[in-house]
Design a protein around this ligand. Sequence first.
Ligand code: ANZ
Ligand code: ZN
Length: 870
Amino acid sequence: MATDRYNARATEARWQKVWDEKNVFETDNDDPREKYYVLEMFPYPSGRLHMGHVRNYSMGDVVARFKRARGYNVLHPMGWDAFGMPAENAAAEKKVHPKGWTYDNIAAMRGQLKTIGLSFDWSREFATCDEDYYAQQQALFLDFLEAGLVYRKNAKVNWDPVDMTVLANEQVIDGKGWRSGAEVEQKDLTQWFFKISDHSEELLEAIDTLTEWPEKVRLMQKNWIGKSVGLKVNFELTETAPTGDETLEIFTTRPDTLYGASFMGLSPDHPITQKLAEDNAELQEFIAECRRIGTTAEAIETAEKLGFDTGLRVKHPLDPSWELPVYVANFILMDYGTGAIFACPAHDQRDLDFAHKYKLPVTAVVLPEGEDPVTFDVGTEAYTGEGSIFNSEFMDSMSIEDANNAVSDKLEAQSTKGKQQAHRETNYRLRDWGISRQRYWGCPIPVIHCDDCGVQPAPKESLPIVLPEDVTFDRPGNPLDRHPTWRNVKCPCCGKDAQRETDTMDTFVDSSWYFARFTDPKNSNPTDPKVASEWLPVDQYIGGIEHAILHLLYSRFFARAMQITKHLDVKEPFKGLFTQGMVNHETYKDVDGKWITPAEINIISTEGDRKAVHAETGAPVTIGSIEKMSKSKKNVVDPTDIIDTYGADTARLFVLSDSPPERDIIWTEDGVIGAWRHVQRVWRIIGEVSEKTEANIAKPAEFSDEATALRRASHKTLAAITKDFDGLGFNRAVARLYEFTNAISKALQADLSKPDMAYALREATGFLLQLMEPITPHLSEECWSMLGNEGLVSTSNWPAIEEDLLVENTITLPIQINGKKKGELSVARDSSKEQVEEATLAHEAVQKALDGKAPRKIIVVPQRIVNVVV
Ligand code: ANZ
Ligand code: ZN
């Protein structure tokens, strides 16, 4: 039988059924053991699983299975981030309903996930598009509204004038609508916002408590919140602006550069700009041009700097005889600071580009160390580094920081036009979170618009506000807007005819609290606050770095908002965060330069020379660079194909081996075959062990050196892998498992009629299977039963480490002869000084150096080193 092959396909299905029937991965909230919550970011149901999912969920599964074996009550749920645009696109293109499309995809992907043997508690599964889930989200929204965490304001949206619809940022391509190709306009719409900016400081400060997050992610969060300590300065206008303003207020973080000021800049949306434009067609045209660039920070950052001279002038606050021109500039955002700046071209790149274009003065005021103040010229690159201030009167030769303070103090004490000239202020880049989306496939915002009573929250009893199913996608725009009856309701306040809000929520809302819902997914409230607070924060969250900013920040805000509204009692949702690397693959192109898939080619290797040919035609294929698996480059390997061919355990083993989990892994056929061979080998070895030894051998009182050596290897491996799993060092664990398998294979050659050796071998194989179970659970389960063990390896307790087997009883001491290392000495740990000396004199290198003479001195530093002086 040991010559047979391990049939992964049949075996895996069999064990999955056993786990299912015994509900081994279902979690009981009332289980008194210590709780451990491990979560992988839930997937969008695109329809097919990709290898990145397999890697992500395999990592989470190792943690879940490991912690379960360690005695924790583990929560490891799975669900679907199921609302969003692709379903509506599919509806428009393929004439399918978003709901049907989504649930079909979920069914397909659930089926795929189940073949991987992941230890999810499927009884807690939900999709964010389930009526029950979004009903609870609507309830949360109403509570947030009542608590003052939500408000409405005007905000700009991308408007497609041909399709007459709002576009998401990703639907605007080079300033044009993705479908119509029309120039996108900016339009004002009243929208709903979450007051995340009220929590900027707290969200920023608490980052320091997230010690189990990658440093990189913590930095990204900090930058996104973007705290700036600066100064607001009032500049006196030489003549009253058409708005009636006598001063122009700006925000700066660099008041130390005031003597390098060259011009003032206004946002195209600044009230003064807007007022001036009322009777200035040229300015109107300029504003329209700015708008076409788009609203995203990236678009503004990369666009060419453009300006419009308003003709207005201001007086310099440190020298009233100095006047500066006021421009409208396309790189100034209205919703940061005051929407106006003073520009110092020498020390700000945007200002410099602008100054060069409009021939405005450039005066350096910060001198880099080692530069000559007379000749220093910034050229085309603004100098933003450290230095000492010059060309700046009272600030000359100060450091930037000192100058900053000095000028801030001075201006705070000054006044202009009856106002304080300046005051220090802290600004945050973080904006309130706009959640209104003008689309169908999302969670309806539960409010009603009445002509008489204004905006009214939908009564809680009326929840859920369910999406109507009889909608059409044959026209652009939001089908809810044109639904004949869904929209019309009675005002909950006065009972007159009123209208539902037709905007739905940003899908980031759905993913901002799903981890809390998993703790009690059937509750008739959003959470059971007690249960949620017991499980949260998630102990280990695992997902892609692409969610390092928005998803994590919104979830952190939600935890706070849910705490304020008493739905849970923790501030931080994720205690440990891990961001896994991507799965990469070689790329291939055929003779016509078209991408082709790995399945369509054959690799021919001759003595280290790799060539690829087309599998069917034999035509040459170019092997390209290794890149992230993506549909566009066709360098994808389908998880289902791999599982069908090699089994899930092989796929799991491979994605966890080779690379540290935070790094990218290169998927190769050879690598997969290597993992598959290992699976086969373990199965054969266990078969042999089960034939050659009995189960349940009593533990002998004495062990030979040979048996002790094997036991040492077993316990050392156990200790090391326990540490690896605790620190998510999966690849290291895999390497140790390979080594340990070799040791076991070697031990099979020993005389197994000796009970101590048989015992040691059984112990080793038991450990091997338990250590492998988190990674290759099916194989481990099969081998576990083959060895005649009781119960399932998946529910077995982690083996206990016998500490005394970890201590080496021999130590290695370096031997120095006249101060130079000449060799090493292996002695028993408890050797006496005399014994060490004796062994030293017998050492080959020492004998050679002594050449028959007696040493002048031998110095033994116990446990450390031996020095011989000849
Ligand atoms: C003068 C100056 C001189 C500036 C200099 C920088 C360098 P952070 O650090 O990100 O907060 N700024 C202020 N409001 C702006 C707005 N609404 N749109 C675009 N830019 C704006 O950036 C603060 C700096 O960005 C401010 O300091 C201001 O330019 C600019 F050598 O003032 B500074
Ligand atoms: Zn009313």
